[in-house]
Write a protein that binds this ligand. Structure first.
Ligand code: HEC
Length: 119
């Protein structure tokens, strides 16, 4: 008989915990600006993910770009220059300056989303 109380107690705790988790919402969502949205479209259309990772996911030919815009050794200007002119193994897409700005806005958004919970 004590066993059944134990199981009921576990199930009640599980249900209460699930209700709390699923109704809590996601307060850390960072809103995406329209430039960043356009940058995301360019990112997807150009298959950047084939060679680059965001949040550790993607191809491994190029470096992870999750925090490239604030990285001390790289930064937004460096990233913009590579995006505009390509590299040794990075293709030159012949982007316009405003397309490059939009990609940087997207990478900046990704960076902010990645660090939204870190204080
Ligand atoms: C064919 C693989 C490939 C694709 C596709 C590719 N890249 Fe790259 N990318 C690289 C490689 C490799 C590097 C490292 C520099 C080099 O060797 O040219 C690089 C470097 C970079 C860098 C500089 C980061 C650093 O730490 O050096 C940025 C920013 C970048 N790529 C953005 C992009 C964007 C944006 C796209 C899509 C529009 C893209 N890449 C598509 C291979 C690729």
């Amino acid at each position: 008989m004590r066993k059944i109380y134990f199981i009921v107690c576990l199930m009640t705790t599980y249900i209460a915990y699930s209700a709390w988790v699923y109704t809590g919402g996601t307060g850390s969502v960072v809103k995406m600006e329209s430039a960043a949205q356009n940058g995301k479209r360019i990112w997807q259309r150009s298959n950047c993910q084939n060679c680059h990772q965001l949040f550790g996911l993607g191809g491994y030919m190029g470096p992870d770009l999750t925090s490239v815009t604030t990285d001390k050794r790289r930064g937004a200007n460096y990233a913009r220059a590579i995006i505009l002119s390509g590299g040794n193994n990075m293709p030159n897409y012949h982007f316009t300056a405003s397309e490059a700005d939009d990609i940087i806005a997207y990478l900046d958004h990704v960076n902010k989303a990645a660090t939204a919970n870190i204080r």
